[in-house]
Design a protein around this ligand. Structure first.
Ligand code: NAD
Length: 475
């Protein structure tokens, strides 16, 4: 199909064609192309390449590494329009959101490239004649697994983190949205990255992870995806004594205090919730609103949600695209039916739209009982749950009541409230008075069952290193 790239494996600096599975356009359920399936031999070749690539890359000066990585980012910026079209075709998100994702991916790559030159160690003062030097060294070849909701920026986080720290990487990107990773890798190839430093495979996710993770040459595992799969891969990494960066789902609480404007906050919430049709691990989902502004907030939220234009992401007037696959439609229908049966009120949306393409409108449920499935399972779709609370303490208690803790949000003008929220909310990322959970320069990741390790910021790069203390008796 025009505008959609051919999807190939990339091993040891060479593209490789192979047969595989169809890639479906979620806007109309047509086939865009085929994603190749890597064989065992391909995986062995990728391991050999990553080992050779690491030997070259770790000995490449950080400045030279940064120059190549920054050149790749510049090429991606040049290609943003063509990449955005491919992303909307395969994933569904509105074209402007696709562009912003790609530009955000560039910011991540650029920030990591420059910070990778500052992975300083320390010299520890000690007794005379003894010098202790702490080195931060690249950990080695990385096995990375990225999901379908952010086809370019999620692979970019993993590739930028590994390469900027001096590691090589085998990336298994999503088979459902592979173009973002292919175009990312192409930019690094065109920027002159040595062969073997970056390798890209697709295929059967379970077979690939079960083969790569136990390999002694793989030194770090990084995964973004669902909690059950994350726990399984983390356990496998643990069995083989490998560190892992595990970034899983959440169930974003949003605490709305009664000192804010309910209309403006509801309007911002619709924008935050509808981004990528809610298929975001940091999506705002459980809204806990103080009683005096609850009705106004819920009604404006519903009104603005109903007014959102849902349509093909290639149409620039669409504000929300289709869901990325039919599994999300099934999940939305199940969660809405369960919540309704338990007494929740449907204020907006609630039903699939049409029967071609995976369209589901932004759905607002109010007065949702605590035992509704949607209040306990991450919807990972356009579902907002709005409930009243009396006090800030009650809101924080409810926010912390689930076993997840990725992103949380709060709206207040009170410094005292903000301080209590910062202290009390169990989350890796808390955003107050806005809906941006992470930027290139800040660490991003979860607590509790949302995972461990960090991506982004100095802390993210450090996850790709090992610490070595060199103890030198000089006298
Ligand atoms: P899923 O659990 O089948 O898969 C989740 C991701 O893991 C996919 O990218 C898949 O390719 C990959 N995967 C599955 N089994 C694997 C294995 N054994 N080894 C390596 N990778 C494997 O669910 P799904 O239907 O694709 O996605 C829905 C759920 O996933 C959502 O409920 C959401 O919680 C979660 N999810 C989270 C994120 C995130 O950013 N944290 C992204 C995408 C999906």
């Amino acid at each position: 199909m025009a505008n959609y790239p051919e999807i190939q494996l990339y091993i040891d600096g060479r593209w490789k064609h192979a047969s595989g599975q169809p890639i479906i356009n979620p806007a109309d359920e047509t086939t865009l192309g085929t994603v190749p399936t890597a064989t065992r031999t391909d995986l062995d070749d990728a391991l050999d390449a990553a080992e050779r690539g690491f030997a070259i890359w770790r000995k490449t000066a950080p400045l030279k590494r940064a120059q190549i990585i920054l050149k790749a980012a510049a090429l991606i910026r040049d290609r943003v329009d063509e990449m955005a079209v491919a992303m909307t075709l395969e994933q569904g998100k509105p074209i402007e959101q696709a562009r912003l994702e790609i530009l955000r991916g560039c910011e991540i790559i650029e920030w990591d490239a420059t910070e990778g030159q500052r992975l300083y160690g320390r010299v520890i003062p000690s007794e005379p004649g003894m010098r202790h030097t702490v080195l931060r060294q690249p950990i080695g070849p990385v096995a990375a697994f990225s999901p379908w909701n952010f086809p370019m920026s999620s692979p970019a986080r993993k590739v930028a983190g590994a390469l900027s720290s001096g590691c090589s990487i085998i990336l298994k990107a999503s088979e459902e949205t592979p173009a973002g990773a292919v175009q990312l890798v192409r930019a690094f190839h065109d920027a002159g990255l040595p062969a073997g430093v970056l390798n890209l495979v697709f295929g059967n996710p379970a077979e690939i992870s079960e083969y790569l993770i136990p390999q002694s040459r793989i030194r770090l595992v990084t995964f973004t995806g669902s909690i059950p799969v994350g726990k399984y891969l983390a356990a496998m990494a643990g069995t083989h004594m490998k560190p892992a960066i595990i970034e899983l789902g959440g169930h974003g609480p949003v605490i709305v205090c009664d000192d804010v404007d309910p209309v403006a906050t509801a309007a911002a919430s619709v924008v935050g919730k509808s981004r990528n049709a809610g298929q975001v691990c940091v999506a705002p989902t459980r809204f806990f609103v103080q009683e005096s502004i609850y009705d106004r907030f819920a009604n404006v939220f519903a009104e603005k949600a109903s007014a959102l234009k849902v349509g093909n992401g290639l149409d620039p007037s669409s504000q929300m695209g289709p869901l990325a696959n039919s599994r999300r439609i099934d999940a939305m229908e199940t969660l809405v039916a369960d919540a309704k049966a338990r007494g929740a009120r449907v204020l907006a949306g609630g039903h699939r739209r049409g029967d071609r393409g995976y369209y589901f409108p932004l759905t607002v449920l109010a007065d949702v009982p605590d035992d509704a499935r949607a209040m306990n399972e991450e919807p990972f779709g356009p579902l907002a749950l709005v409930n009243p609370v009396k006090t800030l303490d009650e809101a924080i208690e409810k926010a912390n009541s689930l076993p997840f803790g990725l992103a949380a949000y709060a709206f207040t003008r009170s410094a005292e409230n903000a301080d209590r929220l910062a202290e009390g909310v169990e989350a890796g990322n808390l955003s107050i008075n806005h809906f941006v959970a992470s930027v290139a320069e800040t660490p991003f990741g979860g607590v509790k069952e949302s995972g461990y390790g960090r991506e982004g910021g100095t802390e993210g790069l450090q996850c790709y290193t090992v610490v070595k203390n060199v103890s030198h008796k000089t006298g």
